[in-house]
Design a protein around this ligand. Structure first.
Ligand SMILES: [Zn+2]
Length: 172
């Protein structure tokens, strides 16, 4: 599936992505776009040119500004180094085409194809309480709350009531 988006959309997506990106990645993109050299210092701060410190958000704003002025092929190049959903410039003015990647589920019901009504049996640690011949388990107040399961764990689909081993649900 592909959708058409405008140059403004592309720039907005790039800015949003950079705001979430780690420092090294921001540094790479900044140095591909900006004329003053940027080094990421950590904690949301960069060193830019001769300035002591500039907030990473300033660097992102500068990248957006440069992209607003840039030609479409440069925008395409930067966007494709940043975005997961690749964009392609169409010869139309200000229009890009973007691939819409479907989120891929690894576990799918083999009978009805459902991906969001699946349950799996997990092993968890429980605190054991014993009084006389009465045993109780408590899974709430424990240190290790990890859920352990693998391909041999029992999985079921609540949509069609199919059940089987988890690996039977796994998309190869
Ligand atoms: Zn099902």
């Amino acid at each position: 599936m592909k959708k058409k988006i405008t140059t403004d959309d592309v720039i907005k997506e790039v800015s949003e992505m950079l705001a979430e990106a780690d420092g090294d990645f921001l540094e790479d993109v900044a140095n591909a776009c900006l004329t003053t050299k940027v080094r990421y210092l950590g904690d949301g701060w960069c060193k830019q040119g001769k300035d002591d410190k500039v907030p990473a958000s300033d660097v992102i704003a500068q990248i957006s500004d440069v992209l607003c002025e840039a030609d479409d092929f440069f925008i395409e190049q930067i966007a494709n180094s940043v975005l997961i959903n690749k964009v392609q410039y169409l010869d139309d003015e200000d229009v890009f085409e973007q691939e819409e990647l479907k989120p891929q589920a690894k576990y799918v019901c083999p009978h009805c194809g459902n991906t969001n009504s699946l349950e799996v049996v997990v092993r968890v640690w429980a605190k054991l309480t014993q009084n006389d011949n009465n045993f109780q388990t408590d899974t709430e107040n424990i240190e290790d709350t990890s859920h352990d399961w693998d391909g041999n764990s029992l999985m079921r689909c609540l949509n069609c009531e199919t059940s089987g081993k988890a690996w039977d649900f796994f998309q190869k």
